[in-house]
Design a protein around this ligand. Structure first.
Ligand SMILES: [Fe+2]
Ligand SMILES: [Fe+2]
Length: 312
């Protein structure tokens, strides 16, 4: 039987009990934390300007270049929270359990940019002038997902929270600074709980509207870009971040795409019509192609790191 594409109103109504249940689970699991306790204030000193301190110079940063790149990308991505809030508030609404989630999620996310920025400034990890210029440009551009339906948004945020968790966790692990690692692990733990909320919702949606959900998931994974992709100079930074193994196609495949598809059991989803079966096929092809691209990238980075890459 062919399933009619599920409209937004119906999806909101039928998933409301799931939102209530998952919100309760989230609130029981979430641990409050205090951003100011994670910033190494004793390492900080005044900057030039009104306080007549010391201007930033590149030699002040002890962090490896790819970690600086990751911090800039991750921080600017978090900075665009007003755009993401707009996206989910207009999709999910501000009423009932959906509205409670939208506001609670926004309050939690708001810690991430403020804590990361304080850390970066205290450690003099990156150029603060360039960072502020980039923030102005990036936030003034806003983030437009262009996703066609509510279910596409649900699929996107599930993938994105998982990807962001890995990006923060791996940047922290590579930074060589216990204070930085601790902060980024803390942020990654928040992203993990956000992912669990959305993945739970997507699983319930899959049981209710299998064709609609699989189609949206295939669309989202095929065209997935990180929300920070619009940052000026993103490609060069992303290449250095990938070469250092902080976030590359292998991380994307092994820690984001494969576990998500496995947990949702998309390849054995019951009750599919022609649209769902076609989406399932597209997901299979996507994983195959991603696996091949990830293997090529791994080989390329191994040769680069060994210094044997031919430039011919
Ligand atoms: Fe975040
Ligand atoms: Fe998050």
């Amino acid at each position: 039987m062919t399933e009619a594409p599920a409209g937004a109103e119906r999806v909101l109504r039928e998933l409301e009990p799931s939102v209530e249940r998952l919100l309760e689970r989230h609130l029981a699991a979430a641990r409050d934390w205090l951003p100011h306790q994670y910033v190494p204030w004793s390492a900080a000193q005044d900057y030039d300007g009104p306080l007549r301190g010391t201007a930033w110079t590149p030699d002040q940063s002890a962090l490896p270049q790819p970690v600086r790149d990751a911090l800039v990308v991750n921080l600017l991505t978090e900075d665009n929270l007003p755009s993401y809030h707009f996206e989910i508030a207009t999709r999910f609404g501000r009423d009932g359990a959906w509205g409670t989630w939208v506001h609670r999620w926004t309050a939690e996310e708001d810690r991430h940019a403020s804590a990361l920025r304080a850390y970066v400034h205290a450690r003099r990890a990156v150029d603060p002038v360039s960072l502020e210029e980039l923030r102005m440009a990036h936030v003034a551009t806003g983030h437009h997902t262009g996703l066609p339906t509510l279910v596409h948004t649900l699929a996107y945020v599930t993938v994105q929270e998982l990807a962001t968790r890995q990006a923060h966790r791996n940047a922290g692990a590579a930074c060589g600074d216990p204070a930085g690692e601790q902060l980024m692990a803390r942020i990654a733990a928040d992203e993990n709980l956000h992912m669990l909320f959305y993945r739970g919702l997507l699983a319930d949606a899959l049981a209710l509207f299998p064709d609609t959900v699989l189609t949206a998931l295939a669309d989202v994974l095929d065209g997935f870009t990180m929300p920070g992709a619009a940052i000026p100079g993103f490609r060069a930074r992303a290449a250095r971040i990938a070469a250092a193994g902080i976030y590359d196609l292998n991380v994307h495949l092994e820690h984001v795409v494969a576990p998500l598809l496995r947990t949702l059991k998309v390849m054995s989803a019951p009750g599919l019509g022609p649209a769902g079966r076609q989406a399932q096929e597209r997901l299979g092809v996507h994983v195959e192609q991603l696996t091949a691209r990830a293997a090529r990238a791994r080989e390329l980075f191994a040769r680069m790191n060994a210094g044997t890459l031919s430039t011919a």
